[in-house]
Design a protein around this ligand. Structure first.
Ligand code: X8Z
Ligand code: ZN
Length: 598
C-alpha cells in the first residue's frame, strides 16, 4: 500500500508542479545550481538574522519578523524545487544531482505552495517555539518558575513530592500547543506531499543517502545492538532508586517513575550519580565544585572548551564569536534558553546561544555546541547546498566525541579536578557517570521520532497523541508517568524538539557514531589500551583527521566520509560496547539475583 501511495503522490506532484512552475528555460542544470547557491546564501543570511533576533529576545515583533523571513524562504524553496524538475531524467554529473537532491531537502518544514497556507504554517511554527521558550509554571501563590529553574529542581531535589510538582508544573506549558501542533502536522504533510514524499516523516528519513526502508532498518539494528547495555543499566538504577525512595515508590517489577531520574524528560540521568556512585569517595569527579570554587564565568567555561579544540590544531574562534554569542540568560527579556550553535553568514559568523550554568553538565553542552561551530567553520568554503553535516547525526556527534576525551587525566591536567585516580574502582565510578548520560539516552533518542514518524504518517491520530507517547516511553525506556496522564495533556510538547520541529534520530545516531569516531581518532593519536582511557587532548594528528572530515560537509554521501575516517561504511555500535565493557561486567554482577525488565 505504501508504494502505491508514493506513486500516486509523485504523479500528482508532477501534475501540480508542472502546472505551477515557470516554463523550462535554457538554463543548464549547473547554472541553475549555481544560481540556487547564490540565492540561498543571501536568504540564509536574512532568515538567520531574523531567527537570532527572535530567539535571543522573544517578543511579538521579533516573532513576526522571523515568521516573515521563514515564509519568504519557504516561497523561494517551493519555487526552486518546481524549477529543478526540468532536470529530472537528464543525465547529470553526480555532484549536480546531489545538489538538486539537497535543494529539495532544504527545509525541515515544507510549506504548501499556497500563499495563505504558507503564512499560516510559518506563524504556527513561531508560535509553538515561542510558547516553549517563554513557558513558565506558575504556582497558586503567583510565584512563577522558568524551565531552567524547574530543571534545577529535577537535578538537585531528592524529595519525591517536590520533584513531582516540578515535573507536572513544566507540563502545564504544553496543552495549549496541541491544536497548533495538529495543524502544523496537516500543513507540513501537505507541503511534503507536494514535494513527492508520502509525509513529512518520509521526507526527513530520505536525508540519509539510503532508502527509507533501509534507514529504518539501520536505526532498528543499531538499537538492538545497544539494548542489552540499557537493560543492565535500567535494572541497577531501578534497584538503587528502590533503596533510596522505598520499593513502594519504586516497585521492582514496574517501570521507573519518570520524575526520579534527575532530568525533566528522563533522557539523561547524570544528576542522580550521587545515588548511583558505585564506590563512594573513590575518585574526584566533582567538576561542579571546581567551577564554583574557582568562580568560572560563562566566558571562561567557553574558553576552556575552545582550548580543547585548539589543542587539536583547530583554529581559535573568531572575535565576532565572543562579541555576538549569548552566554547567559539576560535578566530583562525572554530568550530561548535551549542551547544552540549558529553558523550565520555561511559559517563566517559563528555564535552560540546558551543560558550557561556553572556545572560540569553545562561544560559538556558547551563542548557539544562548539562541535557544531567547528563543523560550520570547516565547511564554509563548500557551496551553500553542501554546507551541512555528512548527515545530521555527524553534526551532533562532533562535540560529543570531544567530550569523550574529558578523562580524569585531562580534567586533572586542566585543573578541573584535584586528582586523577586510576584504580579499578575509580574507572567504574567514572564509567557509571558517563553511562548515566550516554547509555540512558539511547532509547529516548530512538523513540522521539518513532512517535513523530507515526504522527506524520497518520498511524497515530491526534486523539491518541499523549497515550501513544507514553506507550513508547514505557516500551523503550521502562519509565512511567508518576501521575495519570490523559488527552487533556500534551506531554510531547514539553520537549523542546517537538514544538521547535527539530528531528531527533540525529541524537540517537550521534550517541553511537561518537564512539566510532573516538575509536578511529584514538588509533590515529597512537592511543594504546582501553578505549575509555583515551584522550585526544593535544593530538594534532587526530585533529587533522577530524578537520579533513569536517571540511567535506555534505558534499559526499556520508558512507564515503565515514569510511575515510573509520575505514568502514556502516554505523556500528561495537565501539560504544567496547567502551563500556568494564561497567557492563560490573553491572551484570550487581544485577545477579535481581529480576530485570518491566
Ligand atoms: O538539543 C540538544 C543540544 C542542541 S543540538 C543541546 N541535545 C539533545 C537534547 O537536549 O535533547 C543534545 C543532546 C540531546
Ligand atoms: Zn547539537
Amino acid at each position: 500500500m505504501k508504494n502505491l501511495a508514493l506513486i500516486v503522490t509523485s504523479a500528482s506532484l508532477v501534475a501540480f508542479l508542472t502546472a505551477c512552475s515557470p516554463p523550462a528555460t535554457d538554463e543548464t542544470a549547473d547554472d541553475f545550481v549555481a544560481r540556487a547557491n547564490s540565492e540561498l546564501k543571501e536568504l540564509r543570511k536574512e532568515v538567520g538574522a531574523a531567527d537570532w533576533e527572535w530567539r535571543t529576545n522573544i517578543t511579538e515583533d521579533t516573532a513576526a519578523a522571523s515568521a516573515r523571513a521563514n515564509e519568504h524562504y519557504a516561497e523561494w524553496h517551493s519555487s526552486m524545487v518546481a524549477q529543478s524538475l526540468q532536470y529530472d531524467g537528464q543525465e547529470l554529473a553526480p555532484q549536480t544531482r546531489r545538489a538538486l537532491d539537497l535543494l529539495k531537502l532544504g527545509t525541515t518544514k515544507p510549506a504548501p505552495n499556497d500563499a495563505a497556507k504558507r503564512k499560516q504554517l510559518s506563524r504556527i511554527l513561531t508560535d509553538l517555539a515561542s510558547m516553549y521558550g517563554e513557558g513558565k509554571y506558575c504556582r497558586n501563590d503567583g510565584d512563577c518558575l522558568s524551565r531552567p529553574e524547574l530543571e534545577d529542581i529535577m537535578a538537585q531535589s531528592r524529595d519525591y513530592d517536590e520533584l513531582l510538582e516540578a515535573w507536572q508544573g513544566w507540563r502545564t506549558v504544553s496543552p495549549p500547543m496541541r491544536d497548533k501542533y495538529q495543524h502544523f502536522v496537516e500543513l507540513t504533510n501537505e507541503g511534503a506531499r507536494e514535494l513527492g514524499y508520502s509525509d513529512l516523516g518520509a521526507m526527513w528519513r530520505s536525508g540519509y543517502d539510503m532508502s527509507d526502508a533501509d534507514f529504518q532498518q539501520e536505526a532498528s539494528r543499531l538499537w538492538e545492538q545497544v539494548k542489552p547495555l540499557y537493560e543492565e543499566l535500567h535494572c541497577h538504577v531501578r534497584a538503587k532508586l528502590g533503596d533510596f525512595y522505598g520499593e513502594d515508590k519504586v516497585p521492582q517489577d514496574q517501570p521507573i517513575p519518570a520524575h526520579l531520574l534527575g532530568n525533566m524528560w528522563s533522557q539523561e540521568w547524570g544528576f542522580i550519580y550521587d545515588i548511583m556512585e558505585p564506590y563512594p569517595g573513590e575518585s574526584d569527579l566533582d567538576v561542579d565544585r571546581t567551577l564554583k570554587t574557582k568562580a568560572y564565568s560563562p566566558q571562561e567555561m567557553v574558553r576552556s572548551a575552545e582550548s580543547f579544540y585548539v589543542s587539536l590544531g583547530l583554529p581559535r574562534l573568531p572575535d565576532t564569536f565572543w562579541e555576538r554569542s549569548m552566554f547567559s540568560k539576560p535578566p530583562d527579556r525572554e530568550v530561548a534558553c535551549h542551547a544552540s550553535a549558529w553558523g550565520l553568514d555561511g559559517g563566517n559568523d559563528l555564535r552560540i546561544k546558551m543560558c550557561i550554568k556553572q556545572t560540569y553538565d553545562e561544560l559538556r553542552v558547551i563542548y557539544h555546541e562548539l562541535g557544531h561551530n567547528y563543523y560550520q567553520g570547516a565547511y564554509k568554503d563548500q557551496p551553500p547546498l553542501f554546507q551541512g553535516g555528512a548527515h545530521s547525526g555527524f553534526h551532533e556527534a562532533i562535540g560529543d566525541t570531544v567530550t569523550l576525551s574529558m578523562t580524569p587525566g585531562y580534567l586533572f591536567e586542566v585543573g578541573l579536578v584535584a586528582s586523577a585516580a586510576q584504580s579499578r574502582e575509580a574507572v567504574i565510578n567514572r564509567q557509571m557517570m558517563r553511562a548515566l548520560d550516554k547509555i540512558a539516552f539511547l532509547p529516548f533518542g530512538k523513540l522521539i521520532d518513532e512517535w513523530r514518524w507515526d504522527v506524520f504518517s497518520g498511524e497515530i491520530r491526534p486523539a491518541d497523541y499523549n497515550k501513544t507517547w507514553w506507550e513508547l516511553r514505557t516500551r523503550y525506556q521502562g519509565i512511567a508517568p508518576p501521575v495519570t496522564r490523559t488527552e487533556a495533556d500534551f506531554d510531547p510538547g514539553a520537549k523542546y524538539h517537538i514544538p521547535s520541529n527539530v528531528s531527533y534520530t540525529r541524537y540517537f545516531l550521534a550517541r553511537i557514531l561518537q564512539f566510532q569516531f573516538q575509536r578511529a581518532l584514538c588509533a590515529v593519536a597512537g592511543h594504546e589500551g582501553e578505549l575509555h582511557a583515551c584522550s585526544l587532548y593535544g593530538s594534532k594528528e587526530a585533529g587533522a583527521r577530524l578537520q579533513a572530515m569536517l571540511e567535506v560537509g555534505q558534499s559526499k554521501p556520508w558512507q564515503d566520509t565515514l569510511e575515510k575516517l573509520t575505514g568502514t561504511r556502516e554505523m556500528d555500535a561495537s565501539a560504544i560496547i567496547d567502551y563500556f565493557a568494564p561497567l557492563m561486567a560490573w553491572l551484570r554482577e550487581q544485577n545477579k539475583g535481581r529480576s530485570c525488565g518491566w
